[in-house]
Write a protein that binds this ligand. Structure first.
Ligand code: ZN
Length: 480
């Protein structure tokens, strides 16, 4: 029997904050835009330009700290992290080392093994770097400074996680808290949430931590899981072979399912940190902190409880609807308009989830407005459109938030109610299928289903099957 090993994991998570302007200047943080158009002397690192802290960044950082049970530092400072790289025009990044804004917190995570606390060592505020674009065609590298100075918080966990499931649960918990706060949309694929994994292994039962490596370039939960499993095996193999583990940064190559060394992992002293002389320290008053506490939103657990109480939804619905603040808001605002909580929930759990999966989108991307969804539900209720048409309208709303009334009108999808046209079709169907009519009259209840189907076919779906069935029953009774 070989030795048993334990994996020890800590995470550094960078989150791009949803402010309109950058952390130290008034430039826009909007994604996209022609290269280098959202820039000014401050975020281009021009000598003599002076940074001024964006108050909203501090608010978001403190809110995330409060939501993750952190102590808020009443007197915090910014430091310069010095390194030379072309995406960093100042040759230093403004960050926080000595007095970060939040410290000593935790979040509760749930996995198959139960619930567990993951400690948060600190949260600090910092600026993002620009973007390098390597143009292989022209054999050159281009720089776009639009992202330079976009505000980030870095959330540094304690090394409390032991496997990939715990890491994913921790990231999902952070994403949920932060998106409920509206502080970021936390999309791994688009880089508004980025996770670096610090991992080491040690013999089970020992206390001393092994040498850790850091893995970067992880942009999905799947990549994170595979990277963790690959790296723990690589380290165990080295230990078994009696070879040393080198402290280094490794890049995970998800396409080839392996990692390779990028550089030695730097320690803080390699960056020659020192307090930034351009920025005054931040003092946080009790009064301001109280205002932040009061501004904390209703989080998932409370929202689930309230939705259960007010709308009587089952647990399964509550789990799904509250997985994103945006989905929960859409549910509540739509219900306020149509007064049909269960029907709203059914649309969100059914078609909405199906389309999100199919289009590979995030709940934060949903553009359907509550007014349109409520209108669709009422139209379907009144029998103005049938189920298949309602799904088609919903899909158009999902893609472009179309107005269901005008869409149905335009496409001629309205159900023919009790009209002469429908009565005429019924007469034809009954005349064309004497055998089914006879079967029905002889007590074969199923035969009517066939006649409804035939009618719907002639009507090209523009009839309400329930109403058609009733009309057929009446008709066949009369004629018998
Ligand atoms: Zn700027």
């Amino acid at each position: 029997m070989g030795k048993q090993y334990e994996t020890v994991i800590g995470l550094e998570v960078h989150v791009e904050l949803a402010t309109r302007t950058k952390i130290f200047c008034g430039c826009s943080t909007a994604f996209g835009g022609a290269p280098n158009t959202h820039t000014c002397p401050v975020c281009m690192g021009m000598p003599g330009s002076l940074p001024v802290l964006n108050r909203k960044v501090l608010e978001y950082a403190v809110l995330v700290g409060l939501a993750s049970n952190c102590e808020i530092t009443r007197y915090c400072k910014f430091d310069r992290k010095n390194y030379f790289y072309p995406d960093n025009p100042q040759n230093y990044q403004i960050s926080q080392l000595y007095l970060p804004v939040c410290q000593n917190g935790y979040v509760e995570i749930e996995t198959e093994d139960g619930s567990k606390r993951v400690g948060i060592h600190e949260i600090h505020m910092e600026e993002d770097a620009g973007k390098l674009i390597h143009d292989t065609w022209e054999d050159c590298t281009l720089i776009d400074y639009n992202r330079s100075g976009v505000p980030l918080i870095e959330i540094v966990s304690e090394p409390d996680m032991r496997n990939a499931q715990e890491v994913i649960a921790y990231l999902e918990k952070l994403r949920l808290l932060i998106s409920y706060l509206g502080a970021s949309d936390c999309k791994l694929q688009e880089g508004s949430m980025r996770a670096d994994v610090n991992l080491s292994v040690r013999e089970a039962g020992t206390q001393k931590l092994g040498t850790r490596t850091e893995m970067k370039n992880l942009n999905s939960f799947k990549a994170i899981t595979r990277a963790i499993e690959g790296e723990q095996q690589r380290q165990i193999d080295l230990l078994e072979a009696g070879e040393p583990i080198v402290q280094e940064t490794r890049r995970w190559d998800d396409a080839n399912d392996c990692s390779y060394a990028m550089r030695f992992k730097e320690d803080a002293q390699d960056y020659r940190y020192f307090p930034d002389p351009d920025l005054p320290p931040v003092r946080i008053s009790e009064e301001w902190l109280e205002r932040m506490r009061a501004a904390l939103p209703e989080f998932r657990r409370e929202k689930m409880e309230r939705f259960r109480r007010e709308y009587g939804l089952p647990d399964y619905d509550l789990q799904i609807i509250t997985q994103s603040a945006h989905l929960a808001d859409l549910f509540e605002e739509t219900t306020a308009l149509c007064k049909e909580p269960k029907k709203v929930s059914n649309w969100l759990m059914g078609e909405m989830l199906r389309l999100l999966r199919e289009r590979e989108k995030d709940p934060a991307d949903i553009i359907i407005s509550p007014a349109h969804l409520a209108a669709l539900i009422l139209m379907k209720d009144k029998g103005e459109i049938n189920g298949a048409a309602a799904k088609e309208v919903f899909e158009a709303m999902f893609d472009e938030d179309v107005d269901p009334h005008s869409y149905v009108e335009e496409k001629g999808m309205k159900v023919e109610a009790d009209t002469d046209a429908l009565r005429e079709v019924l007469g034809q169907v009954v005349a064309a299928h004497p055998k089914s009519v006879a079967d029905y009259r002889n007590g074969k209840e199923k035969a009517i289903g066939f006649l409804v189907g035939q009618t719907m076919k002639v009507m090209k779906g523009k009839a309400d099957p329930g109403a058609v069935k009733e009309m057929l029953r009446e008709l066949l009774q009369k004629e018998s």
